[in-house]
Write a protein that binds this ligand. Structure first.
Ligand SMILES: [Zn+2]
Length: 353
């Protein structure tokens, strides 16, 4: 009896062995790869540092850039700076060669604004290069007033701009290590936001990659400060998210999950309320994507006493907090760019508004 049982058991083991082993192996390979990508996410996310953000921002929101007024020399200088940084990092432009500027003619602007330019850089996807994940931030600000006060715009939107440089660097390092994003990531620095969202409007009317292949826009506009509501140590670990659930449940869930896993910020959805009187959903560059039914998230710290004043300076930025917020954008982009399926857009018709 004993022997027979043994034989039967080994027979069963033998028959089922081959397919089970190979499917286990496949699953193991797959989970190894997933694990590798997840472990990698953490190590690249950590390359976004407060120290580097601070170095960048003291330059970018310094007096040399004269408040980066649209079409003016300070804004051109800021554009040159961004281009030089991307070149240094070895990140190309989708426009080809040395051309990192999407020119916007004077005629496109109202109110006597001179010609200006968006600055574009990208990392081509390894598996689905035709699908585009956009990360955006405006790099213009409001310039200098009649008394000669320079509006440095450290938070608005120096914080978003330099965060993008750090996020780009992290993705580029991953690519150099053979772990580049599966989908293409476009770093879109838009101009003319302060004058009326011109740069993002121009880009979405003249897209470099078809909008129907554009998976998401993660837009950063002011992530370096703490607003009144969140003053105090127990409340300051936050960021406002606007729009994450309006067009894609997938995007909202990814954002929640990566935050839970990696950044552990309090995600404040106050301004995502449809009846929010501030109407922030319509007030930064992501909206030009959302109106084309492209899922977006707007990352924002709320307004503060230095908002649109010459006192929005780099010494007032909370660099550690800003680092976490930039990392949240990075992890969200990483997940959207690397996941198997494109984000499902299930909020169309609900207007996203
Ligand atoms: Zn802004």
């Amino acid at each position: 009896m004993k022997n027979i049982i043994l034989i039967t058991a080994s027979f069963i083991a033998c028959c089922c062995g081959t397919p089970r082993n190979s499917s286990t192996k496949e699953a193991k390979n797959k989970s190894n790869k997933t694990e590798k990508i997840e472990t990698a996410a953490v190590s690249y996310g950590k390359q976004i540092t407060a120290k580097e953000l601070k170095e960048y921002l003291y330059t970018f929101a310094g007096d040399d850039f004269e408040g980066r007024d649209t079409g003016e020399p300070g804004q051109k200088k800021a554009a040159e700076f961004l281009k030089a940084e991307y070149k240094k990092m070895g990140i190309p432009s989708p426009l080809g060669g040395d051309d990192y500027y999407q020119e916007i003619p004077k005629s496109y602007f109202r109110g006597g604004i001179k010609a200006s330019e968006n600055v574009l850089a990208f990392i081509e996807g390894s598996e689905k290069p035709e699908e585009i994940v956009v990360i955006s931030a405006h790099y213009d600000h409001v310039g200098v007033d009649k008394k000669g006060n320079i509006y440095n715009g450290a938070d608005d939107d120096g914080s978003g701009t330099v965060s993008m440089l750090e996020i780009a660097e992290a993705f580029m390092q991953a690519k150099k290590d053979g772990l580049g994003p599966k989908r293409t990531v476009l770093f879109l620095h838009v101009t003319g936001e302060e004058k009326g969202l011109y740069g993002s409007k121009f880009y979405t009317e003249n897209p470099v990659f078809p909008l129907e292949n554009t998976v998401t826009d993660l837009n950063i506009d002011m992530i370096g400060r703490i607003d009144k509501k969140h003053e105090g140590e127990d409340k300051s670990n936050y960021v406002y998210l606007i729009g994450s659930d309006r067009l894609s449940t997938d995007l909202h869930e990814i954002s929640e999950n990566v935050n839970q896993k990696y950044t552990k910020l309090d995600l404040d959805y106050t301004y995502n309320a449809k009846d929010d009187p501030n109407r922030f959903y319509f007030r930064s560059d992501h909206y030009n994507f959302a109106k084309h039914n492209i899922p977006i998230i707007f990352y924002f710290n709320g307004v503060h006493e230095d908002y649109h004043k010459p006192t929005d300076t780099p010494d007032k930025i909370e660099y550690e907090l800003m680092t976490k917020r930039a990392q949240l954008v990075f992890y969200t982009a990483w997940e959207v760019a690397n996941r198997l399926d494109r984000l499902e857009v299930d909020g169309v018709g609900k207007g996203g508004e």
